[in-house]
Design a binder for this molecule. Structure first.
Ligand code: GLA
Length: 387
């Protein structure tokens, strides 16, 4: 990929000067869904798939971007002093948003740059291609333009840009995973404090398999933001009877004790998911640390049911993928991953049965939906970096 990008860079922008190469990964979340804006825990890992970029500093305020995956868009050009939020959601809007967010968060971007980028991951599949674009842009600004920020700040800048520039009210999980990923580890992140722990993913006899439903999810401005608002309304009602800062502060028992304060039935279901999913995530990480992969799998299944019934962010296709996976004895656990409304499931499958899993699930999914699923074996990789 990098060879191709270097070639295109030289064609578009010339080959003189200090040209540098970068990569930022997508992510898969193993458990802890829709908890990151509710002060709960998440457990994602960065992938070895993502977006690559080749870039060179300029000595004016212009940025020029070209994406080989969207060659028809041509070279996009912007003046970094004149960027303004929009909610169009094109790949270059994510880039613009990050440049803008650096300034908004008090880190002056000193000059522009030229960049050619391209990715090896499916867009709109819930594996955070957009966070990968954001963190690619952030690591370029940090390294190439020498803006003094650490990678946690890069994650915060990415989230800020997506919230305030692109109008998508996401939590910090995706940007954090892309910025802070570690090879062969998942990140157990407490989103209330940003304390985190790298947990080794040394599965002995199992693989993590991602199944792409090929239903593209549309998150911005829609149901995702509604879920966030409903959770916040539930929190406000609970705060009248119990002293908490987030839904993540409650155990299951405490939730059961105070839940009658939530008078709206929809908000009640959303809060129940947020509280129980957070507790499931804590238990799942404990199980993994104790080598109890079977307990981890059961918690993944329960997570899917809760996302389907209480948080209502699944869809027919994701339900079919999860339910069919649950029927196979070689499947330890399976659930939708990411924001939902399409995208992917993540499954833990016995290593020697992965081919059978792909064949059986692929076949039954095609029969039941008419769609062809795609499968990837997840390979937990490092976070955004210069190559
Ligand atoms: C999207 C958001 C994340 C997170 C997940 C759901 O991926 O970007 O912040 O809320 O959905 O867990």
């Amino acid at each position: 990929m990098i060879e191709e990008l270097l070639k295109v860079f030289k064609e578009k922008f010339g080959d003189e000067g200090d040209i540098r190469c970068y990569f930022a990964p997508g992510r898969v979340n193993l458990i802890g869904e829709h908890t990151d804006y509710n002060g709960g825990h998440v457990f994602p890992c960065a992938l070895s798939m993502g977006n690559y970029g080749v870039a060179r500093k300029r000595n004016d305020n212009i940025v020029r971007w070209f994406n080989v995956n969207y060659a028809d868009n041509g070279v996009q050009e912007a003046d970094i002093t004149k960027l303004a939020p929009n909610d169009h959601g094109y790949w270059y809007d994510y880039q613009q948003g990050v440049v803008w967010a650096f300034g908004q968060m008090g880190h002056k971007v000193p000059c522009g740059y030229d960049m050619v980028m391209g990715g090896d991951m499916p867009a709109g599949s819930g594996l955070s291609a957009s966070a990968s674009i954001e963190e690619l842009c952030a690591v370029i600004i940090k390294d190439l333009l020498e803006v003094d920020v650490d990678m946690v700040e890069c994650a915060k800048i990415g989230q800020y840009s997506e919230n305030k520039f692109n109008g998508m009210n996401c939590g910090i999980m995706d940007q954090f995973a892309s910025a802070m990923g570690k090879k062969d580890h998942a990140i157990f992140l407490d989103t209330a404090t940003l304390n985190f722990d790298y947990v080794p993913l040394n599965l002995k006899n199992e693989k993590i398999v991602i199944t792409n439903s090929k239903v593209k999810h549309q998150l911005a401005g829609s149901a995702y933001n509604d879920r966030r608002n409903e959770s916040e309304r539930a929190l406000k009602m609970l705060q009248k009877v119990v002293n908490i800062n987030t839904l993540g502060d409650l155990t299951e028992d405490e939730f059961e004790k105070y839940k009658d304060a939530i008078t709206d039935p929809v908000c009640l279901k959303r809060a129940k998911h947020a509280v129980y999913e957070n507790q499931r995530t804590i238990k799942a990480v404990e199980a993994l640390k104790n080598d109890d992969i079977s307990a981890f799998g059961k918690l993944m299944n329960a997570s899917h049911v809760s996302l389907r019934d209480d948080y209502e962010v699944s869809c027919k296709e994701l339900d079919i993928l999860a339910e069919e996976a649950w029927k196979l004895p070689s499947v330890i656990g399976s659930r939708m991953t990411g924001g939902g409304f399409g995208g992917c499931t993540v499954s833990i499958v016995k290593s020697d049965a992965v081919n059978e899993f792909i064949e059986k699930i692929g076949k039954v999914y095609k029969e039941r939906t008419g769609k062809s699923a795609e499968f990837y074996i997840a390979d937990a990789g490092d976070g955004a970096r210069r190559l």
